[in-house]
Ligand binder design. Sequence first.
Ligand SMILES: [Zn+2]
Length: 486
Amino acid sequence: MADTVIRNATIIDGTGGPRFTGDVAIEDGHISEVGSSSSRSAIEVDATGLVLAPGFVDVHTHDDGALLQHPDMEFKISQGCTSVVVGNCGFSAIPAVVGKKTLDLSGVDANWTDLEGYRHDVEKVGPAVNAMMLVGHNTIRSLEMGNERRAPRDGELERMREHIGLAMEQGACGFSTGLIYRPGRWSDTEEVLELAKAVAPFDGIYATHMRNENDYLLEAVDEALDIGSKAGVAVQISHHKAAGKRNWGKVKESLAKVDAAIAEGARVTLDVYPYTAGSGPMIQYFDIKNPNPELAQAIQLASCPAFREYEGRMLVDIAAELQITAPEAVRHILTAPDGKQTICIQHTMDEGDILSNLRHDRVMIGSDGIPDLGGRPHPRLYGTFPRVLGRYVREQGILDLESAIRRMTSLSCDVHGLTDRGRIAEGKWADLVLFDPELVVDVASYEDPKRESLGIQNVWVNGQLAFNEGSHTQTGSGKVLRYREH
Ligand SMILES: [Zn+2]
């Protein structure tokens, strides 16, 4: 007897193939039947008029700490996400030193040193979603070299390679970099290549927040492709974008480079979030001695522990009120006590570039949300997936629903090694989302970002109901997954 049967759903199976109507039965955490189910079950769900899809995979997250701090993961499960890839942009919760803060974006107190320890602690709290780990360059470099502005010595490089090897043995899917951030920015191509080679024996991936996403975007793409090719690993280009007005439109050229590499046999995929603003730690974007005035014009404050009253406001308005220049306002905020914890939002991108990304069939969806719930986080944390389905699929017709779902599910799972997930088929894990295709849409805004989207009705994680018509069930059935393991 099945645990749950979802009847008469419009099934979009994640492969990109056309929708069909049918039933899906769940038993022991897995999909036991697809089509017409004669199973009887204690729980019957009438899905008439609703779409049943594999649970969405957020391939670009900074949820390493959130899985422990906010195990209900409301901001993800309410979007239909059933798995998250953590450790992006070179910042991961592993490796860590017991009793010290982790070197990811959350900075939680570590009670572990490696992925096994982290997995144990996360699964103990019972997260609502599954997680897959990338091991971060900034993290391992900080551990071995602090913030040293030089190339690693042989012993240091070897120890960094050992950290990567251990993470891969323990089930990480690859190695990530954040080459605009400190200390990753102090590394040269050779260093990154030597480290990327450490994932090759595991056939892991190289995920990169590239060295430049504005004036030198195309050179940065060349570097990423070169590293992938020389290391013999697949490349995932993170949050693909062209920032700064003079660079708008370059995303097309960059995608052309990717297409050319793929034609030559390279394995390359990308991710995008559907917003024209980015977000990250403000201290990382500015030289305190000489803050970039152009960038300062585009800054909005997300989380600002030093001045909570600034959260949600544009920096130029704060500067005007204080009767100082925008660069002076940058210094005023960053040099205040706790100023370095400030998270900002940068309005620097072009809508046309988002459309180019969404139209490309190797581009997955990833939120890049920063789960600092104290302030006003970028709305992508709550809205990314429903925004693609509502705004770009239904309202604008930029891509069809089957294609959008493939790039939220099977493609994401195949590349990141979430085996037996991302497709609706017998024997697969029952990570599922049921939503109303006529209603689904984001409602989180820059002004009011912590709002759950509309139209997501039910979400199952490993066969357990995690989200039921707006309520979080606290089932806690998520796991920290192992790369390519069943
Ligand atoms: Zn990044």
